[in-house]
Design a protein around this ligand. Sequence first.
Ligand SMILES: Cc1cc2nc3c(=O)[nH]c(=O)nc-3n(C[C@H](O)[C@H](O)[C@H](O)COP(=O)(O)O)c2cc1C
Length: 189
Amino acid sequence: MNETLNSIHKRRSVRAYESKKVPRDIIETIIDAANNAPSGMNSQPWRFVVIEDDALHRQMLEAAVPNAKTMLEPLKESNPERYQMIMKRYEELDDPIYYGAPAIIFVIGTDKYADMSCPLACQNIMLSAYSLGLGSCWVAFGSLITDNEEITKSLELKEGEKIFGPILVGYPKGDTVSPDKKPPIVKWI
Ligand SMILES: Cc1cc2nc3c(=O)[nH]c(=O)nc-3n(C[C@H](O)[C@H](O)[C@H](O)COP(=O)(O)O)c2cc1C
């Protein structure tokens, strides 16, 4: 297996991080990889905000948790076991949203091609992070902070812009769970 395929196959979502900071040049390399993703009309409809500040991290956590809980509410009826399991995690973990990651990268979509292009930039972040010995995780719940004006001001989020990710990046702590993957459904013609 070549290095690219190895990263694709071995990357897994990391949900526990060492507090050790990721050097800035490494984050820059990762963002450069994101910026090289394909995009509609080569529009590169993204910008990046890297959160390393502990106070802002905590503020985002406090803003996101109640919104995540509201979003999870329907699970109570449709899948009570899973709901209980997630709520238990919320009680046990100090940071059930950003998992203590030292860097949180917001990929902010800036124009009409963002919906199709930004997820590719996100994937490049996750694969390049893996290739550099780092863990990553796309945490959609971490984007539930847009009702907090102070946070959106920090992100300089403008009308019409949309958050993708954010993507956590950091040094993995402990073992990473590797969920089973179903075989692909393929039709050959
Ligand atoms: C769009 C998207 C949103 C996600 N949001 C979250 C999230 O909020 N919290 C979380 O722990 N994982 C989140 N994940 C990670 C998925 O749970 C994970 O990719 C999936 O379980 C497969 O595991 P793997 O990434 O290890 O292959 C998200 C992944 C994607 C692609």
